[in-house]
Write a protein that binds this ligand. Structure first.
Ligand code: NIG
Ligand code: FE
Length: 433
C-alpha cells in the first residue's frame, strides 16, 4: 500500500499562487493568484509525500481515484477552510539582545532614525548589547521569535547577522542562526551583514577593509569546512553608513565567495543603490523608499527582486516606496517584515495588510510578494513559495473559506490560522480556532 506523510481533504479553497512552474511573478503578472475552488459536491485535497514534497493537489474525488487505498501518516479535515503556501519573510534581523523601547519614545517625540544612529544609538546600541550577550542567550531569544513568526504563518525566513560588526561577533551571530536552522522547524536563509554599520571608533574605509580582508575570508573558511551555511551578503548602503563605492567593493568580495548580493539601499537618501544592484546582478535589494526612476527601470530590466518593508516606512514615518510604479514598470516586488529592534513586527499577515493600505498593493499582489516573490528574493523559488507538485509542502490552513481573510484581518491571526505545516509535517495546530 502506498504511504504518504499527509493528506489534507475537504478544503474550500487551495491557493496555488501559480501553476506553470513560474519562478517569480514580475509587474502585471502579480495581479492574480491561481486558486482551486471546491464545489458544493466536492472538496479539495493536498497530499504530501514522505520526503515532505507536494505529491498531488486536486478535488477529493480526483485524489481518491489517483491514489486509491493509500496510507497517510496524518490526515486533516479542512472542511470550510482554505489552504495557502507558507509565507516567506524576505528580510529580518532576528538575532539581537537589548530592546530599543526607549528609542521608540524618542522617535515619537520627533527624533529621526539617523539622529539616533549618529549619536551611537540605533544599530550601535544593539551592537553593544549583542556583543555582550552569550550565544545561548541569543539563541534562546531567537528561538522564541522564530516560534512567533511560525505561528503567524511564516515557514521560510531570511535571517541576517549585522549586530556584531567584527569577525568574532558576526560569526557568533551566524552560528546562532546555523543552530536554529538545524533545531527549529522554520526554514532559514542566512545573510552575512557585517557591513550593517560603521563600528564605533572606526571609519567607513577601515570597516570596509575589515569586512573584505578579515570577515569575508573567515566566513568563507567556515562555509568550506561545513561549519556555516551562508546564503547571501548584505550591506547597509546609506549616507553616513556605507557609500556606493564601498558597497560595491564589499558585494564584489561576497560574490567572489559565491554569496549573491541582497542588500539595503535607497532607504533614507537616494543613493543610486538600485542602479548598483542591477549593475552587479544582485538577487535582491531591500527598502527603496528613495529609489530613482532610473533605478526602477534598471531593476525591472535586470530582474532584481525589490524587497519592500512596509513596517519601516510606517514606524519611521518615511516616504513610502513607490510600489505601484515599480509594479507598473515590471519589477518583481517581494515583502519582508524587517523584524529588528527598530521595527518590531513578526507577522507577515500584518505586513501584507500594511502593504495593501500604505503601499497600495492589491491583495493578490501582496500575497504573491509574501510567497513566491519572497522565495525568489532568497533564490529559493524553485522549492518554495507556491503549492505545486514537487515543491516543499510548506502550507498554512486558515479557518476561513477565502484566503483574503488573512490580509483583511489586522492582527489576531491566532484566531484564524489553524495549522502550520512544514515539509508535510504539522508543526503547529491551534486547537482554539
Ligand atoms: O532594515 N536600515 C538598516 N537596517 C535595519 C534596521 C536595523 C536597526 O535599526 O537595528 C532596517 O531597517
Ligand atoms: Fe533591514
Amino acid at each position: 500500500m502506498a504511504a504518504f506523510r499527509l493528506r489534507i481533504k475537504h478544503a474550500s479553497q487551495v491557493v496555488l499562487i501559480c501553476k506553470n512552474g513560474e519562478r517569480v511573478l514580475a509587474g502585471k503578472s502579480m495581479k492574480s493568484v491561481a486558486t482551486l475552488e471546491a464545489t458544493s459536491s466536492d472538496g479539495l485535497s493536498v497530499v504530501a509525500d514522505d520526503a515532505g514534497l507536494v505529491h498531488a493537489v486536486g478535488t477529493d474525488t480526483a485524489i481518491d481515484t489517483m491514489l486509491p487505498n493509500c496510507n497517510y501518516t496524518q490526515e486533516i479535515d479542512a472542511s470550510g477552510m482554505c489552504v495557502l503556501p507558507g509565507l516567506v519573510d524576505a528580510h529580518t534581523h532576528p538575532v539581537w539582545a537589548g530592546d530599543r523601547v526607549h528609542e521608540f519614545a524618542m522617535k515619537l517625540a520627533g527624533a529621526t532614525y539617523m539622529d539616533i544612529h549618529s549619536k551611537g544609538g540605533g544599530i550601535g546600541y544593539t551592537v553593544k548589547c549583542t556583543c555582550q550577550a552569550s550565544e545561548e542567550e541569543l539563541y534562546s531569544s531567537l528561538r522564541s521569535r522564530l516560534d512567533s513568526m511560525l505561528k503567524n504563518g511564516t515557514t521560510l525566513v531570511e535571517a541576517k547577522s549585522g549586530y556584531g560588526l567584527d569577525k568574532e561577533n558576526e560569526v557568533k551571530m551566524l552560528r546562532v542562526i546555523e543552530r536554529a536552522r538545524r533545531e527549529h522547524a522554520i526554514g532559514i536563509s542566512s545573510t552575512f551583514c557585517g557591513a550593517h554599520s560603521i563600528p564605533s571608533g572606526s571609519t567607513m574605509e577601515q570597516a570596509t577593509k575589515d569586512v573584505i580582508d578579515v570577515q569575508i575570508p573567515h566566513i568563507s573558511k567556515l562555509m568550506l569546512s561545513g561549519d556555516l551555511t551562508v546564503d547571501s551578503i548584505d550591506v547597509f548602503c546609506e549616507k553616513g553608513v556605507f557609500d556606493l563605492d564601498c558597497t560595491r567593493q564589499i558585494l564584489v568580495a561576497g560574490k567572489a565567495i559565491n554569496l549573491p548580493a541582497n542588500f539595503h539601499g535607497d532607504e533614507l537618501h537616494p543613493m543610486n543603490a538600485a542602479e548598483l544592484s542591477a549593475e552587479m546582478g544582485a538577487r535582491a535589494i531591500s527598502h527603496l523608499e528613495e529609489v530613482s526612476d532610473n533605478g526602477i527601470a534598471a531593476i525591472a530590466t535586470a530582474g532584481v527582486v525589490a524587497v519592500l518593508l512596509p513596517t519601516t516606512a510606517y514606524v519611521l514615518r518615511l516616504k513610502r516606496p513607490p510600489a505601484r510604479k515599480m509594479i507598473d514598470e515590471g519589477v518583481a516586488v517581494a515583502l519582508g517584515s524587517d523584524f529588528n529592534p527598530n521595527a518590531f513586527c513578526m507577522s507577515m499577515p500584518m505586513v501584507m495588510n500594511l502593504a495593501c493600505v500604505n503601499l497600495h498593493l492589491t491583495m493578490p499582489e501582496a500575497l504573491v510578494a509574501a510567497t513566491l516573490n519572497a522565495a525568489a528574493a532568497l533564490g529559493k523559488s524553485d522549492k518554495f513559495g507556491s503549492i505545486e507538485n514537487g515543491k516543499v509542502a510548506d502550507l498554512i490552513i486558515i479557518n476561513a473559506p477565502k484566503w483574503e481573510h488573512l490580509i483583511y484581518q489586522f492582527g489576531c491571526h491566532d484566531q484564524l490560522i489553524k495549522y502550520i505545516i512544514k515539509s508535510g509535517c504539522i508543526v503547529h495546530h491551534n486547537v482554539t480556532v
